[in-house]
Design a protein around this ligand. Structure first.
Ligand SMILES: [Zn+2]
Length: 171
């Protein structure tokens, strides 16, 4: 797979262009029915989210999890950068179709991500860049039934690679 890196000659900013992979085939999967089926074992639902999700280290956030409104942010079990988190829109909303995401749910989720990025950058100054990405339930390619955003801080070598106009290897 070839990933094209383009550099804006005016700003020096770079971006990655992924190759066309085609669209997902049409599916008649009943997401709502699957939600009912998967809920009993969901680690992000009430009663389990505080027990089964990994805590942030005390150095990053002494409480282990960051909450804003209904949103709950915790450490990413499968971290893929120096600091990686997951934020659930609302443990109460196991099934949350895109059309039911309210401005409040989105704002609260992003507020947890901003709080996480700020505390990471304060605790680990070389981490100066953050990226927020969203996976929304199975059609997004998520392995489990989720409605989450992920955040990750980058180490200083990202800055050096960015300044050279190249995408960092860690992305
Ligand atoms: Zn759930």
């Amino acid at each position: 797979m070839t990933i094209e890196v383009r550099v804006d000659p005016l700003t020096g900013h770079s971006s990655r262009i992924l190759p066309e992979r085609g669209r997902m085939p049409a599916s008649d999967l009943d997401l709502e029915a699957f939600a009912r089926q998967s809920q009993p074992g969901c680690p992000f639902c009430p009663g389990r989210v505080d027990q089964l999700t990994p805590k942030l280290t005390a150095r990053i956030h002494p409480g282990g999890r960051i909450t804003r409104g209904a949103a709950v942010l915790f450490a990413n079990l499968h971290a893929y950068s120096s600091h990686s988190s997951v934020s659930v829109y609302s443990p109460e909303s196991h099934y949350l179709p895109l059309g039911q995401i309210t401005p409040r749910l989105l704002a609260d989720n992003l507020a947890t991500q901003v709080a996480f990025a700020k505390t990471v950058m304060a605790a680990d100054p070389p981490s100066r860049w953050a990226s927020i990405n969203a996976n929304h339930m199975l059609p997004s390619g998520a392995r489990c039934f989720t409605r989450i955003c992920r955040d990750r801080g980058f180490p200083a070598d990202h800055d050096a690679a960015h300044a050279r106009g190249r995408a960092p290897a860690a992305v």
